[in-house]
Design a protein around this ligand. Structure first.
Ligand SMILES: Cc1cc2nc3c(=O)[nH]c(=O)nc-3n(C[C@H](O)[C@H](O)[C@H](O)COP(=O)(O)OP(=O)(O)OC[C@H]3O[C@@H](n4cnc5c(N)ncnc54)[C@H](O)[C@@H]3O)c2cc1C
Length: 293
C-alpha cells in the first residue's frame, strides 16, 4: 500500500479531546497529525460557552496539572468566573468560566499552530487502514488472525501512515439532531455528521451507541431588555483553572437570571407531547447537560 504521508501519531478530531491528545503527543516529540473537518471550527464550543462545573471543572484542572492547555485557554478568554457551591463544603466547590466562544477557538488554534511537531490538517477521515498481522506458524490454527491498524484513508484519496491513531470524533459519528418534531443528521451544532468513519468502525465490529445532550435556543442579546432580569455578576476575585495563570485578561461581564411565567408554563404543558424528549423520539441514554428550562 502506498502511503502519502507518514506520522508517529494521527489524531482524528480537533474538539477539546483531540486538541489535548495531539498536543500531548507532539510535546513528547512525536510527529503528530491532527485531522478536523473544518479548520475554522477547531475547539468549537457547541452550546453555552461554559467551561467547568463540578465534574468538568475538576477534569480541566487535572488536564492542567498534566501539562494540558484547556485551563490556560479558558483563563485567557473567560468573561465571567464563578466558584460554584461555596455555601457548601470545599469538596464540592467548583470553578466555572463563561468564555468568549469565538476567542476560545482562535486561542486554541494559536496554541496548536505554535506547537513544534504538530501538523493540522483539514480533511475527512473515512476509513482505517488495516493489515493482517504476521502469524506465528505454531499457533496459527489456534488463534484468530489479528489485524494491525496502519493508518487512515481520507475522503480525497490520500492514505496516511501512523504508528498510533487516536479517534476523538466527539459528537459527529453518525450524529443526529432533534429540533422539535424535526430530525436530521448533523455533527456538532451546524456541522455535517461523520457517517463514513462511523460505518467503518461498525464494520470492525466495535459496539456503537448514542449519548444525548440537550441545548437551549440561541437568543440575540441585542433583542433582550436586560433591565428586566436579575443580574448575576462574576466573582470579584476570579478563580483561574490553570495553576500557571497569574491574572485574567478579559473584561468581565454579568450573566442574567430569568424566571418563567404562568403563560410560558402553560405553553410548555400544552406542547410537551411534541418534545422529542417526551414523545419517545429520543431513545438514547446518558447525561443531559444543558436543559433549556
Ligand atoms: C448541541 C450541543 C450542545 C452541547 N452542549 C454542551 C455543554 O453545554 N457543555 C458541555 O460540556 N458539552 C456540551 N456538548 C457536548 C460537547 O459538544 C462536547 O462536550 C465536546 O464538544 C466534546 O469534545 P470532543 O473533543 O469529544 O468532540 P467534538 O467537539 O464533537 O469535536 C469532534 C472533532 O472531530 C472532527 N471530526 C469528526 N469526524 C471526523 C472525520 N471523519 N474526519 C476528520 N475529523 C472529524 C470534527 O471536525 C471535530 O473537530 C454539546 C453538544 C452538542 C451537539
Amino acid at each position: 500500500m502506498a502511503f502519502t504521508e507518514q506520522y508517529d501519531v494521527a489524531v482524528v478530531g480537533a474538539g477539546h479531546a483531540g486538541c489535548e491528545a495531539a498536543l500531548a503527543a507532539a510535546r513528547l516529540g512525536l510527529r503528530t497529525a491532527l485531522f478536523t473537518l473544518n479548520l475554522d471550527l477547531i475547539a468549537q464550543m457547541s452550546c453555552n460557552p461554559a467551561v467547568g462545573g463540578v465534574a468538568k471543572g475538576h477534569l480541566v484542572r487535572e488536564i492542567d496539572a498534566l501539562g494540558g492547555v484547556m485551563g490556560r485557554v479558558a483563563d485567557a478568554v473567560g468573561i465571567q468566573f464563578r466558584l460554584l457551591n461555596t455555601s457548601r463544603g470545599p469538596a464540592v466547590w467548583s470553578p466555572r468560566a463563561q468564555c468568549d466562544k469565538q476567542l476560545y477557538r482562535v486561542k486554541m488554534r494559536e496554541v496548536l499552530e505554535s506547537q513544534f511537531n504538530l501538523f493540522i490538517k483539514q480533511a475527512e477521515v473515512v476509513d482505517l487502514v488495516l493489515e493482517d498481522a504476521p502469524t506465528d506458524a505454531d499457533n496459527h490454527a489456534a488463534t484468530a488472525p489479528t489485524r494491525i491498524l496502519r493508518g487512515l484513508r481520507l475522503r480525497d484519496g490520500r492514505i496516511i501512515h501512523a504508528a498510533a491513531t487516536v479517534i476523538t470524533t466527539g459528537t459527529f459519528l453518525n450524529g443526529l439532531i432533534h429540533c422539535g418534531e424535526e430530525r436530521y443528521s448533523a455533527g456538532r451544532s451546524g456541522e455535517p455528521p461523520s457517517v463514513l468513519l462511523g460505518e467503518a468502525l461498525k464494520r470492525l465490529g466495535l459496539r456503537n451507541c448514542r449519548l444525548k445532550t440537550g441545548t437551549p435556543p440561541r437568543l440575540d442579546g441585542r433583542t433582550i431588555d436586560w433591565s428586566r432580569f436579575e443580574e448575576q455578576p462574576g466573582d470579584a476575585e476570579p478563580t483561574p483553572f490553570s495553576f500557571r495563570t497569574r491574572s485574567i485578561p478579559q473584561r468581565q461581564i454579568s450573566c442574567h437570571i430569568a424566571t418563567t411565567t404562568p403563560e410560558t408554563l402553560r405553553l410548555i404543558r400544552d406542547n410537551v407531547h411534541r418534545s422529542p424528549m417526551y414523545s419517545g423520539q429520543i431513545s438514547a441514554v446518558g447525561p443531559r447537560y444543558c436543559p433549556s428550562i
